[in-house]
Write a protein that binds this ligand. Structure first.
Ligand code: C2E
Ligand code: MG
Ligand code: MG
Ligand code: MG
Length: 276
């Protein structure tokens, strides 16, 4: 159909200089279409959550957490890339409803897990900056906790550095209220923001997640090795937990382990999994 033709045209035009301006137009159209379709995705029940394990290698690869990762299975187009539709959802404000849907589903899954397993592990949920800054963010979280009955101590939020750069007072206040509730907070994609490290002093967080981009070439790239070492040392000095995301190979695991990071998330242990 026409929409799909547009999508394919965009794919073919990629990287082709003479199509630059028409590619820009197609991209804008593609985003508009994504936005229109995203508005219907919840009621069409097209979202699903996958969960990726986080393991502690010092405790014999013990499962200590699961990160909820959103998937959108469009009825015609199939799976849409998460990073792409999340950006669109952020730019048009739909992200707040989407994040809340994710949080509710994850909490319901968490209740099932906490009833079926003795071993306790943390459920991590990504929270968009747009959502985190909302005046009623904490209220929304409390409402979902009350509705689902999940123990907040089983819950962790992942936010990016960007969240903490704008509207400092709101961010601080929301972090404080999350701590009161017992919800842990991790800084996701750590090291990729534009921020100076000094900002960390202002914020009461629990965990730094080393971004996957530093892991990709860590076996051979000395700069990436130095960055990983610095983040791990920073976490240790600030008494924060540190997690490496995107570990795919044994070499990457050894690099990260030898530098003192023992909690790992990545394809080496498991891709995100579906439970239903
Ligand atoms: P993120 O929170 O940093 O999540 C980690 C991403 O890395 C996930 O991509 C995961 O599937 C991928 N990944 C994990 N291990 C490996 C590995 O070993 N190799 C490779 N190549 N990739 C790995 P995904 O699921 O496509 O999500 C992309 C981003 O979209 C997330 O990055 C997060 O920022 C955002 N996102 C996902 N779900 C949600 C959500 O429910 N709400 C919000 N606001 N954002 C979400
Ligand atoms: Mg994350
Ligand atoms: Mg991340
Ligand atoms: Mg990342």
């Amino acid at each position: 159909n026409a929409d799909q033709a547009m999508y394919h045209a965009k794919e073919e035009g990629r990287g082709n200089f003479q199509y630059f301006s028409s590619e820009r137009n197609l991209e804008a159209l593609y985003h508009l279409r994504l936005e229109a379709e995203l508005r219907k995705a919840i009621e069409r029940d097209e979202f699903e959550l996958h969960y990726q394990p986080q393991v502690d290698i010092l405790k014999g690869d013990k499962l200590i957490g699961m990160e909820a990762l959103l998937r959108w299975r469009h009825h015609e187009d199939g799976l849409v890339r998460t990073d792409i539709f999340i950006k669109v959802a952020e730019s048009c404000g739909l992200i707040v409803d989407i994040d809340r849907w994710v949080l509710r589903q994850a909490c319901l899954q968490g209740v099932i897990w906490s009833q079926s397993y003795d071993e306790i592990f943390k459920l991590s949920v990504n929270i968009s900056a747009v959502h985190f800054r909302q005046a009623d963010f904490i209220e929304g979280v409390k409402k979902i906790l009350a509705e689902t009955g999940l123990d907040p101590h089983l819950l962790g939020f992942e936010i990016t550095e960007g969240v903490l750069m704008k509207e400092l007072d709101t961010a601080k206040e929301h972090l404080r209220e999350l701590r009161v509730l017992g919800i842990e907070v991790a800084i996701d994609d750590f090291g990729t923001g534009y921020s100076s490290l000094a900002y960390l002093r202002h914020f009461d967080v629990d965990t730094l997640k080393i971004d996957r981009s530093f892991l990709v070439d860590i076996a051979t790239n000395e700069a990436d090795q130095a960055i990983a070492s610095s983040i791990i040392e920073l976490a240790r000095n600030l008494k924060l937990n540190v997690v490496a995301e995107g570990v795919e190979t044994k070499e990457q695991l050894e690099q990260i382990f030898s530098r003192g990071c023992y909690v790992i998330q990545g394809y080496y242990f498991s891709k995100p999994l579906i439970f239903r």
